[in-house]
Design a binder for this molecule. Sequence first.
Ligand code: ZN
Length: 136
Amino acid sequence: MASGDWQRKLVDWLRGRQGPDDLAVFAINLAVVLVVVNLFARTSWLAWVGLALVAYGAFRIQSKNLGARSRENEAFLKALGPARPWVQNPRAAWGELRHYKHARCASCKQRVRVPRGKGKLRVTCPRCGSKFEVRS
Ligand SMILES: [Zn+2]
Protein backbone atom coordinates (compact mmCIF):
# COMPACT_ATOMS: atom_id res chain seq x y z
CA MET A 1 0.00 0.00 0.00
CA ALA A 2 1.38 3.44 -0.95
CA SER A 3 1.86 5.95 1.85
CA GLY A 4 -0.45 8.49 0.17
CA ASP A 5 -3.20 5.88 0.22
CA TRP A 6 -2.67 5.35 3.92
CA GLN A 7 -2.81 9.09 4.62
CA ARG A 8 -6.05 9.44 2.67
CA LYS A 9 -7.57 6.60 4.69
CA LEU A 10 -6.50 8.32 7.92
CA VAL A 11 -8.04 11.62 6.79
CA ASP A 12 -11.27 9.80 5.87
CA TRP A 13 -11.32 8.12 9.26
CA LEU A 14 -10.69 11.40 11.14
CA ARG A 15 -13.55 13.18 9.36
CA GLY A 16 -16.23 14.07 11.89
CA ARG A 17 -13.98 13.09 14.79
CA GLN A 18 -12.22 15.27 17.33
CA GLY A 19 -8.68 14.55 16.13
CA PRO A 20 -5.56 15.35 18.17
CA ASP A 21 -6.49 18.45 20.20
CA ASP A 22 -4.34 20.10 22.89
CA LEU A 23 -5.58 17.86 25.69
CA ALA A 24 -5.06 14.64 23.69
CA VAL A 25 -1.55 15.68 22.63
CA PHE A 26 -0.74 16.69 26.21
CA ALA A 27 -2.01 13.35 27.59
CA ILE A 28 0.06 11.36 25.10
CA ASN A 29 3.20 13.48 25.61
CA LEU A 30 2.82 13.14 29.38
CA ALA A 31 2.44 9.37 28.89
CA VAL A 32 5.72 9.26 26.93
CA VAL A 33 7.47 11.20 29.73
CA LEU A 34 6.05 8.82 32.36
CA VAL A 35 7.14 5.76 30.41
CA VAL A 36 10.67 7.19 30.06
CA VAL A 37 10.75 8.03 33.79
CA ASN A 38 9.51 4.51 34.47
CA LEU A 39 12.50 3.07 32.59
CA PHE A 40 14.60 4.37 35.50
CA ALA A 41 12.12 4.33 38.37
CA ARG A 42 10.79 0.86 37.51
CA THR A 43 7.43 1.09 39.21
CA SER A 44 4.49 -0.77 37.74
CA TRP A 45 1.87 1.89 38.51
CA LEU A 46 3.67 4.58 36.49
CA ALA A 47 3.48 2.37 33.40
CA TRP A 48 -0.25 1.86 34.01
CA VAL A 49 -0.83 5.60 34.39
CA GLY A 50 1.06 6.10 31.11
CA LEU A 51 -1.06 3.47 29.41
CA ALA A 52 -4.26 5.06 30.76
CA LEU A 53 -3.13 8.45 29.42
CA VAL A 54 -2.47 6.97 25.96
CA ALA A 55 -5.92 5.34 26.05
CA TYR A 56 -7.49 8.66 27.07
CA GLY A 57 -5.64 10.51 24.28
CA ALA A 58 -6.74 7.88 21.74
CA PHE A 59 -10.31 8.11 23.03
CA ARG A 60 -10.29 11.89 22.53
CA ILE A 61 -8.84 11.63 19.01
CA GLN A 62 -11.47 9.14 17.81
CA SER A 63 -14.39 10.75 19.69
CA LYS A 64 -17.33 11.95 17.62
CA ASN A 65 -18.84 13.96 20.48
CA LEU A 66 -17.19 17.17 19.30
CA GLY A 67 -19.12 19.50 21.60
CA ALA A 68 -18.11 17.76 24.81
CA ARG A 69 -14.49 17.26 23.73
CA SER A 70 -14.19 20.89 22.67
CA ARG A 71 -15.55 22.07 26.05
CA GLU A 72 -13.09 19.81 27.90
CA ASN A 73 -10.24 21.12 25.78
CA GLU A 74 -11.23 24.73 26.50
CA ALA A 75 -11.47 24.02 30.24
CA PHE A 76 -8.05 22.34 30.09
CA LEU A 77 -6.45 25.32 28.33
CA LYS A 78 -8.07 27.71 30.80
CA ALA A 79 -6.81 25.65 33.75
CA LEU A 80 -3.26 25.85 32.38
CA GLY A 81 -3.24 29.63 32.85
CA PRO A 82 0.23 31.09 32.29
CA ALA A 83 1.60 27.62 31.39
CA ARG A 84 -0.65 27.50 28.32
CA PRO A 85 1.94 28.64 25.71
CA TRP A 86 4.39 26.05 27.10
CA VAL A 87 1.91 23.27 26.42
CA GLN A 88 0.55 24.52 23.11
CA ASN A 89 3.82 25.60 21.50
CA PRO A 90 6.90 25.07 23.69
CA ARG A 91 9.30 26.23 20.97
CA ALA A 92 7.51 29.57 20.55
CA ALA A 93 7.23 29.97 24.34
CA TRP A 94 10.98 29.38 24.69
CA GLY A 95 11.72 31.93 21.93
CA GLU A 96 9.47 34.43 23.68
CA LEU A 97 11.32 33.92 26.96
CA ARG A 98 14.72 34.30 25.31
CA HIS A 99 13.96 37.43 23.33
CA TYR A 100 11.49 39.34 25.48
CA LYS A 101 11.02 40.35 29.06
CA HIS A 102 7.65 41.13 30.61
CA ALA A 103 7.29 44.09 32.89
CA ARG A 104 4.26 45.39 34.73
CA CYS A 105 3.11 48.97 34.70
CA ALA A 106 3.36 50.34 38.26
CA SER A 107 0.15 52.36 38.07
CA CYS A 108 -2.31 50.11 36.17
CA LYS A 109 -0.63 46.64 36.34
CA GLN A 110 -0.78 46.27 32.54
CA ARG A 111 1.81 43.75 31.29
CA VAL A 112 4.20 45.14 28.70
CA ARG A 113 6.67 43.18 26.60
CA VAL A 114 10.13 44.64 26.04
CA PRO A 115 13.05 43.21 24.02
CA ARG A 116 15.86 41.73 26.13
CA GLY A 117 19.43 42.98 26.15
CA LYS A 118 18.76 46.61 25.19
CA GLY A 119 19.91 48.12 28.48
CA LYS A 120 17.66 50.50 30.37
CA LEU A 121 14.48 51.22 28.45
CA ARG A 122 11.97 54.00 28.97
CA VAL A 123 8.55 52.45 28.47
CA THR A 124 5.25 54.19 27.90
CA CYS A 125 2.36 52.07 29.14
CA PRO A 126 -0.01 51.35 26.25
CA ARG A 127 -3.02 51.39 28.55
CA CYS A 128 -2.62 54.34 30.91
CA GLY A 129 0.23 56.23 29.21
CA SER A 130 2.41 56.48 32.33
CA LYS A 131 6.16 56.25 31.77
CA PHE A 132 8.58 54.00 33.64
CA GLU A 133 12.02 52.48 33.22
CA VAL A 134 12.78 48.80 32.70
CA ARG A 135 16.13 47.00 32.73
CA SER A 136 15.88 44.76 29.71
ZN1 ZN B 1 -0.28 51.54 32.85
